[in-house]
Ligand binder design. Structure first.
Ligand code: BF8
Length: 674
């Protein structure tokens, strides 16, 4: 009780539930938190305003003489911009240094996650662990050539498939090498369309290895090193490419090989997936290494039986953040909520254990857990919490099953400690998720075509106006999910098919936009017709934030299928993160831009205090890479800007005139590809 008192919110400043979220379940649980006197992020956002100078990107704290603050005067700057830090750093230098440090943070998070996966992969390939076995050898053989690993061998003059274990071992070793190779460039860059690769080469931004590009950002942004915003952005670009086409792409591929490539499956989303009469284990974070094992253990008969012996009807697993997306994609485990709902899952009173690994985990979940019986379990050596109620069970791939059993058992044993204050909001949406590059190919190309022809045909004939990649976080400075849903609805209403990942994917699932049936309700006639014919949702969920690499590869497949130009920048496509908040989002945004995608962010961007630097990113970047940044807070205008860009690209391709809507036959298709 004493603990609960500590969590009491000062009565005068509380979030208004309806103003801070569009989601009824979230609103209900914020009210519930207020009733119980528990503070959440929504209340803290009301109490604490963000720093305006930091928001503009012009606060420099890279040395001990500052922080030097260079706010942009309200009236703007006429003539020469004379603002300087103590060392003389200009607003452009400061904003660029801050921006690429964000890229470094994001690229490091994705890529270190990727490294962890690569290490477990290698351990599985070496058969050091009984608990992890390679699942998808087809995908292994598909990615091997991109790492310069041979998949065939000559035996007695005949070409045969190489031993799969041998291929796995070499793939694991080569993959690990990508983080620190001492010569050449990242191997996966050869997967990009040739013209894009040539642009990177011309600009001198081919990443050498993953770690070096991140370290070099930290060096260049130290006081007195790189003081030219264009040169700083060159390194930011190199690191972002190393994330998207390196660390993230390797993470996705190796996870698919190890745990299985996702294919469409049905599930549910929102806090209503928790069950009052079940043991609820909420898995939160990002790496599937841990969550895969928890799923395997919790879904086994032994633990189910043990749960029943403790008076529960079974075990209900659910996920928060990108771990949720990982176990959704491969096992159909329901999504409990987005980033902003993590405290609320505990406030249901029905969360017997919240198991976390890395990234996007609020330290305050520990304070909220103190108010309930919830066991909060950290599992990763690099992500611990200071509060004394947090239990740390370090997860190790060499005894993964044992660790997972301990965690699941702890949750089951905790079921009987639940208080009477259980309240689970009933809201949940149905969803179809699990659309990887391969699944899109299957659904929109057909195995006999083995390509993205049908998608391209429908873009060319105008049924599909273009492709929107809408991704990213929630942000407590905007109304939860409002931007996500408004942007996506505006796009699909205008026949733009949406590829989603991360918390946008979860928001869309909660809203029911990930069902084939939603097409008839929300889409323009062209997209609705395609979705109905092919049986897909208008919003295709491609997974977690490292899986944004799937969007890069899907775009590359569209280029390859023909008829829509030679590079990603030629496609009628645009990117968006309406409610971004993390450094990872900045890294993703920048590798989208560097890959030729016009990318719009909502909320705000920390570049507005340096107008010259902003113009460089928003306009001049297009000449270098074909893609550029933009900022639009209003979600409908945000989507309309993306649509305007898509229309510009359609015009450049000569497909802007309305076409007679006929299905293209095979002969015509062959002609088109020729
Ligand atoms: O990596 S979308 S809030 S959960 S950072 Fe975090 Fe943002 Fe959600 Fe996944 Ni991505």
């Amino acid at each position: 009780m004493a603990d609960r008192m500590q969590e009491k919110v000062k009565a005068e400043k509380l979030a208004d539930p309806a103003s801070v979220s569009i989601d009824i379940a979230t609103q209900t649980m914020i009210s519930r938190a207020h009733e119980l006197g528990i503070e959440t992020i929504f209340d803290r956002a009301v109490k604490m305003k963000p720093c305006n100078i930091g928001n503009q990107g012009t606060c420099c704290k890279n040395c001990g003489m500052g922080p030097c603050r260079l706010p942009l005067p309200k009236s703007g700057i006429e003539g020469e911009d004379t603002r300087k830090g103590l060392c003389g750093a200009s607003a452009n230098t400061i904003a660029a240094r801050n921006f690429i440090r964000m890229i470094a943070g994001g690229a490091a998070a994705h890529s270190d996650h990727g490294r962890g996966v690569a290490e477990v992969f290698l351990s599985a390939a070496r058969k050091e662990s009984e608990d992890y076995r390679i699942k998808d050898y087809d995908k292994l053989f598909a990615i091997a050539p991109h790492l310069n690993v041979a998949t065939t061998v000559e035996v007695d003059g005949e070409i045969c498939d190489r031993d799969k274990d041998e291929v796995a071992l070499e793939v694991g070793e080569k993959a690990i090498g990508e983080w620190g190779k001492s010569a050449g460039h990242l191997s996966y860059l050869n997967r990009a369309p040739k013209p894009l690769y040539e642009k990177w080469k011309k600009q001198g931004v081919l990443p050498r290895n993953i770690d070096r590009e991140i370290v070099e950002i930290m060096h260049r942004t130290h006081i007195g090193v790189d003081q030219d915003y264009k040169n700083l952005m060159k390194q930011g670009t190199r690191a972002a490419i190393a994330d998207g086409w390196g660390g993230s792409m390797l993470a996705t591929d190796l996870q698919d090989v190890l745990f299985g490539t996702p294919y469409p499956l049905q599930s549910e989303a929102n806090l209503g997936v928790m069950k009052a009469d079940h043991v609820n284990i909420v898995i939160h974070g990002h790496e599937p290494i841990l969550s895969e094992m928890i799923v395997a253990v919790a879904q086994g008969p032994e633990m189910e039986e043990y749960a029943r012996s403790k008076g529960a009807k079974g075990i209900q697993l659910s996920g928060i953040c990108c771990t949720a997306n990982e176990i959704l994609q491969r096992h159909g485990v329901p999504l409990c909520g987005t980033f902003l709902q993590q405290e609320l899952a505990i406030i249901t009173g029905a969360c017997d254990a919240m198991v976390v690994d890395i990234q996007c985990i609020f330290q305050n979940v520990a304070n909220v857990a103190k108010c309930f019986h919830t066991k909060l379990i950290t599992t990763h050596p690099i992500a611990r919490m200071e509060q004394e109620n947090v239990i740390h069970i370090e997860f190790d791939e060499h005894h993964a099953r044992e660790d997972a059993e301990r965690i699941v058992k702890m949750a089951i044993d905790n079921f009987e400690n639940r208080g009477a204050d259980v309240m689970i909001p009933p809201q949940k949406g149905t969803q179809v998720a699990g659309f990887g590059v391969e699944a899109i190919q299957y659904h929109l190309g057909g195995t006999f075509r083995g390509s993205y022809y049908t998608l391209n045909d429908n873009i060319i004939n105008g049924r599909i106006r273009g492709i929107g990649g809408v991704v990213g976080c929630n942000n407590a400075r905007t109304r939860h999910n409002e931007g996500h849903i408004a942007v996506v609805k505006e796009l699909i209403k205008n026949d733009v098919i949406v590829l989603t990942t991360g918390c946008n994917g979860i928001a869309c699932a909660m809203e029911g936009l990930l069902t084939p049936e939603s097409a008839a309700v929300y889409c323009g006639p062209g997209l609705a017709e395609v979705c109905e014919t092919v049986g897909i949702p208008p919003v295709l969920h491609l997974g977690s934030c490292v899986d944004n690499s799937r969007i890069l590869l899907a775009a590359t497949e569209v280029v390859k299928a023909g008829g829509l130009g030679n590079d990603i920048s030629d496609l009628p496509a645009a990117g968006s993160a309406p409610e971004w908040m993390s450094e990872k989002a900045i890294s993703i945004g920048h590798y989208f831009v560097a890959s030729g995608v016009y990318t719009v962010f909502g909320v705000g961007l920390p570049v507005t205090g340096a107008p010259v630097f902003q113009k460089y990113l928003f306009e001049e970047f297009e000449k270098l890479y074909g893609g550029m940044w933009d900022l639009e807070i209003d979600p409908v205008r945000h989507a309309q800007k993306m649509i305007a860009h898509i229309d510009t690209k359609r015009k450049a391709l000569g497909i802007d005139r309305s076409r007679e809507r006929i299905m293209v036959d095979m002969a015509t298709r062959r002609e088109m590809s020729a």
